[in-house]
Ligand binder design. Structure first.
Ligand code: PLP
Length: 343
């Protein structure tokens, strides 16, 4: 077997993009106030407000699990519940952190095709019980892009948020791959967030190409009123904050985020086309962003394994997942396709 190649194993196997790296270097000067009281952090928060065209509150944490769990915890009391998709990262891949940080708020599972919430199921979960023996639904979370690589259209987000609001639920978006979704939709960031009814967004930085950071953006600022305390208590307040904020400031400037996200999306489209053209390979979902899921016949699976292309099979019921990051090149995509074909 060849040496393992991690290019497509996840979008967090790549390193730090040159722009973020340069921002880290530039931030490495002088003595500056700590814990986010520095000028770079203030500028970065303003950059978010420009980006979203609204007066939102912004907090930085180290990873997506913390961002999601702390954001969800701020939506509800321990006796409340939060509705999510059965494939949601908060349900399947956060080791119970959302329940832990909310002191026990229960996740309620809804199904839905293509990684998207079926709103009839959501409505049922909200309305079928009203007694005190059932944890009262208080939050709705959706992932953009979804765990299956699909992207919610603005109208779909509006509909989901409108349903939540009809019953007084708060809305959260797991945007570990928000930039990929936004680049794919080519709309305003506001149109798939607060203007569509979203209260809080976890905006992924790490998979986009930065080092160790996700932003939690509160459009409903009242919900985030004590969020700083939550971050500190959870060990998520960075003392040398400028190294996080400098990266964000750079990525949100001059469309750097779009360059990297659109590139990753393009690589995924190319990979899907190449793999999909191989006999008996079935691409499973619409490749809207930077993920490709496919059912591979055993001979293709074996050739990829032998060539060392690391990928995961546990996420979509036996399908194989390939993720594209800012760093994968056309050459990498072609090499994987060639090995899959055995050519
Ligand atoms: C990667 C990912 C996260 C964040 O995971 P961490 O490893 O905690 O940074 C959150 N949601 C989704 C959908 C993800 O893919």
């Amino acid at each position: 077997m060849s040496e393992l190649k991690y290019h497509f194993a996840s979008d967090n196997t790549a390193g730090v993009c040159p722009e973020a790296w340069a921002a880290l270097e530039e931030a490495n000067t002088d003595f500056l106030p700590s814990y986010g009281d520095d000028a770079v952090t203030k500028k970065a928060c303003d950059a978010f407000r420009d980006f979203f065209e609204t007066d939102c509150d912004v907090y930085f944490v180290f990873n997506g699990t913390a961002a999601n769990s702390l954001a969800l915890a701020s939506l509800c009391q321990s006796y409340h519940s939060i509705i999510c998709h059965e494939r949601a990262h908060v349900e399947t891949d956060e080791c119970g952190a959302p329940e832990f940080f909310s002191n026990g708020s229960k996740l309620l599972i809804a199904r839905g095709a293509n990684g998207k919430l079926d709103l009839d199921q959501v409505r049922h979960l909200i309305t079928h019980r009203h007694d005190m023996h059932y944890p009262k639904p208080m939050g709705l979370t959706l992932s953009q892009s979804t765990e299956l690589g699909t992207v919610y259209q603005p109208t779909e987000i509006q509909a989901a948020c409108a349903l939540a609001k009809e019953f007084g639920l708060h809305t959260h978006m797991d945007g570990a791959r928000f930039a990929n979704a936004l680049a794919a939709l080519d709309c305003k960031a506001a149109d798939i967030t607060w203007r569509a009814g979203l209260d809080v967004l976890c905006f992924g930085g790490t998979k986009l190409g930065m080092a160790v950071t996700e932003a939690v953006v509160f459009f409903d600022r009242e919900l985030g009123r004590e969020f700083a305390y939550r971050c500190k208590q959870a060990g998520q307040l960075c003392s040398k904050m400028r190294f996080i904020s400098a990266q964000w400031l750079r990525i949100l400037t001059d469309g750097v985020w779009r360059k990297h996200a659109a590139h990753a999306n393009r690589m995924a489209a190319m990979l899907a086309a190449g793999l999909g053209a191989i006999p008996n390979v079935k691409v499973l979902y619409s490749v809207d962003a930077n993920a490709v899921f496919c059912m591979l016949p055993p001979e293709v699976e074996n050739r990829l394994q032998k060539a060392g292309w690391k990928h995961y099979n546990f996420i979509a019921g036996g399908g194989s997942r390939f993720m594209c990051s800012w760093k994968v090149s056309e050459g990498d995509v072609k090499a994987l396709i060639a090995d899959a074909k055995g050519s």
